[in-house]
Design a protein around this ligand. Structure first.
Ligand SMILES: [Cu+2]
Length: 183
């Protein structure tokens, strides 16, 4: 591998990684409006096409006897598309699950877990009741955050739009306390 080829190879890798990162940052799984969903779909298509071309170009550049060109690049991509998609979906699933778990408070055995959670402004926190008795999530002022009684496996979500410390408790069992710190 000479120096030019190595530099080209590195550039391809970096650009591919950049495209995948952009795709991940731009595409949300749960879009709230049809317009945003359509925008995301268009962005996804453009990113997929660009990534496909880069991927195919990388392979055809280094294969002997294949004429480098857009056609060969896309044909190579088509052959590689299925395992690639599986890899991207798997990576997305892992990251999405970690993100979701990071913003979740479990109610287990009459306590909130984690008891103190620190999240960035704009985060939606979800409480889920794993106990077989009902619990609630109620802020100290009893109105900012006010969930209904949560039965087993029921969830309640609240989006924190301002920085600050939010203490809450369960109105059924007032000794159950928790804190969400929003930064
Ligand atoms: Cu309770």
């Amino acid at each position: 591998m000479n120096r030019t080829v190595r530099a080209f190879c590195l550039l391809q890798l970096v650009l591919n990684a950049l495209l995948l990162w952009l795709a991940y940052e731009w595409l949300a799984l749960s879009e709230s409006t049809v317009t945003r969903l359509a925008g995301s779909a268009a962005a996804a298509l453009a990113i997929l096409a660009a990534a496909s071309w880069l991927h195919g170009a990388t392979f055809t550049s280094f294969r002997e006897g294949v004429e480098p060109g857009a056609g060969a690049a896309f044909r190579t991509t088509l052959r590689h598309l299925f395992p690639l998609l599986l890899m991207v979906l798997a990576a997305h699933g892992v990251v999405a699950r970690q993100k979701a778990a990071a913003n979740q408070v479990a109610i287990d055995n009459y306590s909130f877990s984690p008891q103190t959670l620190t999240v960035p402004v704009g985060t939606t926190v979800t409480w889920i009741n794993h106990d077989d008795v009902p619990h609630t999530v109620l802020s100290m002022d009893k109105k900012t955050i006010a969930s209904p009684a949560l039965d087993t496996d029921e969830k309640f979500s609240y989006t924190f739009t301002a920085a600050g410390t939010n203490d809450y408790f369960c109105s059924v069992h007032p000794h159950m306390k928790g804190r969400i710190i929003v930064k």
